[in-house]
Design a protein around this ligand. Structure first.
Ligand SMILES: [Ca+2]
Length: 392
């Protein structure tokens, strides 16, 4: 019941919809936010299964299967062990494009120990409540820090898999090196082999998995049905970015950045640099962007083609109003909840699903929120779930 009080109190304070800039569309005033599931310890990744069920990762190493109503069906067995420290642990989960036929999933995780760890990708088959036939298909270049793993997974329309890696914070120069897999977005075949048309396969000394480089810590990755790839990445103090990812492209870090170091020192004299791609959008000061998704769906036609960013640092869900590829407005949503939003996904029915945690409130405060136009369940006769209307 505590969670209900918390949410009701939060909603009573102010409107859920706070226009940041003038938006082309009117604010949505019949938005419903439902706590679909709660009690998670730092939930990180979410995969929506074709039959309505869900997989949720917890950074400490658990993988949960939920039914379409958010009830826990199983804690999945045989999940590969993750190096769970600071930002490391079990990270993302993604479905194979042919999941309905092969039940194959992909997990990203921190692997190793303090002095030697990687961002790893494991492929496995979900059989009942267990993973079988697990196979390591990728490890990036080892590092000796437990931060900046990247770790977000997304499939391209051609069936290849994109993986973000971080630069490990102490290895930022590696983001510019083509012989290192730190600070990269890599592209793999579904079995982990290297696609023959990757951009650096014929470049001497370059790692052939590299798709794009010059990244810091991208924790958001989304491939639109059109094939356009969007990535959100954490900057240092300032300089968080959303980028449109093209192959063979240098995204600048740490040479071109709108951020400064945490010490206040300049990382680089350059905000832009010849040959390095400028972001679609950047935030200075930082907001702390996690996952990213483009809205495609019938439920909110006002949002069609807009980007949603899960915001950890400033604790909200942010809509980026795109018009012909240009950012025309931004809107802050669900700020009243004061939750650290880590991931956002769009369901087939057009609902938004958000992964959120409430640090300092109580242990295991992580929740999966479902955002719809209409109540998807009767909350009155089920006190364990809360459905609420957005304020006018
Ligand atoms: Ca950049």
């Amino acid at each position: 019941m505590i969670r209900s009080i918390h949410l009701r109190a939060a909603v009573a304070c102010t409107s859920l919809v706070a226009p940041l800039l003038s938006s082309a569309e009117p604010a949505i005033n019949d938005m419903h936010v439902e706590v679909l599931a709660d009690g998670f310890d730092t939930p990180w990744g979410l995969a929506l299964l074709p039959d309505g069920r869900m997989l949720v990762t917890e950074r400490a190493g658990q993988l949960h299967l939920l039914d379409a109503q958010g009830q826990r069906v199983a804690a999945i067995k045989n999940v590969p062990e993750a190096f769970a420290k600071l930002q490391g642990g079990l990270l993302d989960v993604a479905l194979h494009p042919n999941f309905e036929r092969n039940a194959t999933i992909y997990l990203s995780l921190a692997h190793g120990h303090q002095k030697h760890n990687t961002t790893r990708v494991v492929r496995a088959v979900l059989q009942g409540d267990a993973l079988v036939d697990a196979k390591v298909i990728f490890d990036n270049t080892p590092k000796g820090t437990s931060v900046h793993y990247g770790g977000r997974l997304a499939f391209m329309p051609d069936g290849t898999l994109l993986v973000t890696t971080g630069e490990g914070a102490d290895y930022r120069e590696d983001a510019q090196r083509l012989d290192s897999l730190l600070g990269k977005i890599v592209r793999l075949n579904d079995d982990g082999s290297i696609p023959s048309d990757n951009p650096f396969v014929n470049t001497p000394g370059a790692h052939p998995a590299i798709w794009s480089y010059g990244h810091r810590n991208p924790q958001g990755l989304f491939v639109d049905t059109s094939g356009t790839v969007y990535a959100a990445e954490h900057g240092p103090r300032g300089g968080d970015e959303v980028n449109i990812i093209e192959p063979k492209t240098n995204y600048g870090w740490p040479i071109a950045t709108h951020g400064i170091d945490y010490t206040g020192g300049r990382i680089s004299p350059f905000e832009t640099y010849e040959g390095m791609q400028e972001p679609l959008l950047y935030w200075t000061p930082s907001i702390g962007p996690g996952g990213i998704a483009m809205y495609r769906g019938a439920m909110f036609p006002e949002w069609e083609g807009d980007l949603f960013v899960a915001v950890l640092g400033h604790k909200h869900l942010r809509r980026i109003d795109l018009d012909e590829g240009k950012v025309v407005a931004q809107e802050i949503l669900l700020e009243d909840l004061q939750g650290r939003f880590r991931q956002v996904e769009v369901g087939a029915e057009g609902a938004l699903y958000a992964v959120v945690e409430f640090v300092g409130e109580r242990p295991n405060s992580g929740r999966i929120l479902k955002i719809t136009r209409q109540p998807s369940r009767q909350s009155a006769d089920d006190s364990s779930h809360l459905s609420m209307r957005a304020g006018p």
